[in-house]
Design a protein around this ligand. Structure first.
Ligand code: 5RP
Length: 236
């Protein structure tokens, strides 16, 4: 399945493969979104086919749902599952406190709901995702389409009083059109450089009218499985 992989894909693959071993028959498992999570889904599909692993997966995006069905995983909705044993997902950045930036793939809303509804959240990531301070990766903020330029202005105004370096919030595009999430919303990417107080920023952003959710995951992740391009895997 892994064939000849680029160094970055090798790192993602080995992290995903290790985390796939955490899944046991009978579990309800949240399935993340993104290229690392896609490796996880493929590894789990392999376990379903080759070992007879039986579990139910709750995907965090339409993309992940399609892939999970394709590889033979039984897919159920969060409404059906209600509560999950485990969620495994990728991340754009993680720090020493296991605080995360997520949403680079645009699925942060479902990802945060599913991860929060899980006994355990495990992040799978290549080593380049580890940072001392969050914020080099643009922070995604999901906003409803109605009045998004006003939400954008309110977000930028709010950033002035926060412990961050940059202050611009750009609308994510898909070609000529605004990017649309699975929930029909848009995404503002906040170019902050450095987030001094992620907990406070996460709370303040969600108070702004029009903001649905932000990509800061604080006190949600329990463990990170880090993959390296030489095949090593480390768990924090
Ligand atoms: C999607 C996400 C992804 O987990 C994040 O962007 C990491 O993606 P990748 O595994 O492709 O590097 O949050 O919304």
């Amino acid at each position: 399945m892994s064939g000849e992989l680029s160094p970055i894909d090798k790192a993602k693959f080995v992290a995903a493969k290790r985390a796939a071993e955490f899944v046991e028959s009978g579990m309800r498992v949240g399935l993340g979104t993104g290229s690392t999570a896609a490796w996880l889904v493929r590894c789990l599909g392999e376990r379903v086919r080759e070992e007879g692993l039986r579990f139910r997966g709750v995907p965090t995006s339409a993309r992940t749902a399609d892939l999970a069905r394709e590889v033979g995983i039984e897919v159920i909705s969060l409404d059906e599952a209600r509560w999950l044993d485990l969620t495994i997902d990728g991340a754009d950045e993680f720090d020493a406190n296991l605080s995360l930036i997520k949403g680079g793939g645009g699925a942060l809303l479902q990802e945060k709901i599913v991860a929060t509804a899980s006994d355990q959240m495990v992040v799978i990531a290549d080593a380049a995702k580890e940072v001392e301070t969050l914020g080099a990766f643009p922070l995604p903020v999901e906003v409803i389409p109605f009045g998004w330029p006003t939400s954008q202005a309110l977000v930028e105004e709010t950033l002035v009083s926060m412990d961050v370096m940059g202050r611009s919030a750009t609308l994510r595009m898909n070609g000529e059109r605004p990017y649309v999430t699975d929930e029909g919303n848009h995404i503002l990417d906040l170019h902050l450089g450095r987030i001094g107080n992620p907990r406070q920023l996460a709370m303040v952003l969600n108070q702004i009218p029009g903001v649905v959710e932000n990509g800061l995951f604080i006190d949600i992740c329990d463990q990170v499985v880090i993959g390296y391009s030489d095949g090593r895997v480390e768990t924090r």
